[in-house]
Design a protein around this ligand. Structure first.
Ligand SMILES: [Zn+2]
Ligand SMILES: [Zn+2]
Length: 343
């Protein structure tokens, strides 16, 4: 099954070169066509389409097979415009969460999509300006995100923020529970709160004491999101339509999860974002298909039950197997620095 028992230095160099040349040669379809008109065909022979396919061969096969199965592919922008009563029977709404580890593979993932399903059929959610990410990876990561954003923006791809509201709150307010362990936070939550899930979203009920000052969290959130959105627009020149909630490793995210926070009617009504990808209103219509745990359907897509899906694809999870340390799929998953828990 696993072809590469060990990662040799040579393999790493080859993969490194492929990744590097893919990044250098990335261009959107429109630009490729312009180049085709302006340059002789011998030069075009060197286009790296095959390199992107080689690097992302698992994703290439996945898309090819799903296309053969009759699936239609949307980005979130098109999904939100669509008449929900007339959605295709077999639908995949593609969501990419882009963390620093995903960037080297994200260019090739987009190129593969262009080739198989056409341009602009997926939304990229980028972890720009996340306080924890900047602390952990270093400020230079922001340049890499920006370079990626601009490359995709020239192709008019749907690009939105991947955000962690709970970390925005913590870094701004330094609440007293900041360093509490997950277990304590969980029992504090279950003693004092419960979620009430409605048709359009959820709300939190305080059944004991408001120990987390949820009222303060929710009161601060519109200001924090509004500041985040302005900063996003200032840096990228793009408007925010929606978010995808980041599975931050922060303890409180295992309790007051980002996805739950952004699903609250009180925040959805603020008008600061139209949706989060985990919203009740979205997951009522779309099943959730995620690569977080490296499921077997990644290499066996026909085993997926026909239906309509939100498909979460992290480019890093689809990297060549020889690129993942000792080539062991499970270990590659376990060593992944970004945790998403149940979501
Ligand atoms: Zn994710
Ligand atoms: Zn994430």
């Amino acid at each position: 099954m696993i072809k590469f028992k060990r990662t040799t230095g040579k393999n790493q160099v080859i993969v490194g070169l492929i990744v590097f040349s893919t990044i250098l040669a990335f261009q959107c379809e429109k630009e490729s066509l312009e180049n085709l008109n302006n340059s002789d065909s011998t030069q075009m022979k060197s286009t790296p389409d095959s390199l992107a396919i080689h690097e992302m061969s698992r994703y290439y096969n996945f898309l090819e097979q799903m296309k053969k199965e009759g699936y239609v592919f949307y980005d979130f922008r098109s999904y939100l415009q669509a008449d929900t009563s007339r959605l295709p029977e077999k639908l995949i709404v593609i969501r990419h969460d882009i963390h620093s580890r995903d960037i080297p593979y994200a260019y090739a993932a987009y190129e593969v999509e262009e080739k198989v399903i056409g341009p602009k059929h997926s939304t990229f959610y980028v972890l720009l300006d996340d306080p924890v990410d900047i602390t952990q990876v270093g400020p230079s990561i922001e340049n890499k995100y920006m370079k990626f954003l601009h490359t995709l923006d020239t192709c008019h791809v749907d690009i939105q923020p991947h955000i962690s509201p709970i970390d925005l709150y913590i870094s701004s307010k330094h609440p007293y529970w900041l360093k509490y362990p997950v277990d304590s936070l969980k029992s504090m939550f279950s003693r004092n709160y419960e979620w009430e899930i409605g048709k359009t979203g959820r709300s939190i009920k305080i059944k004991g004491r408001d120990v987390f000052q949820i009222n303060d969290i929710n009161k601060s959130m519109p200001g924090l999101l509004s500041r985040f959105n302005s900063e996003w627009t200032k840096q990228t020149g793009m408007q925010v339509q929606g978010y995808s909630a980041h599975g931050s490793a922060t303890a409180m995210n295992k309790v007051l999860n980002n996805a739950y926070l952004l699903d609250q009617d009180v925040l959805l009504h603020s008008g600061l974002y139209q949706y989060d990808t985990y919203n009740t209103k979205i997951l009522r219509r779309l099943n959730y298909l995620s690569d977080n745990t490296l499921p077997s359907w990644m290499d066996d897509p026909v085993s997926i039950k026909p239906g309509r899906y939100e498909f979460l694809m992290h480019p890093y999870q689809w990297r060549p197997l020889m690129d993942s340390g000792n080539g062991n799929k499970l270990e590659a998953g376990l060593s992944a620095p970004v945790q998403h828990d149940a979501l």
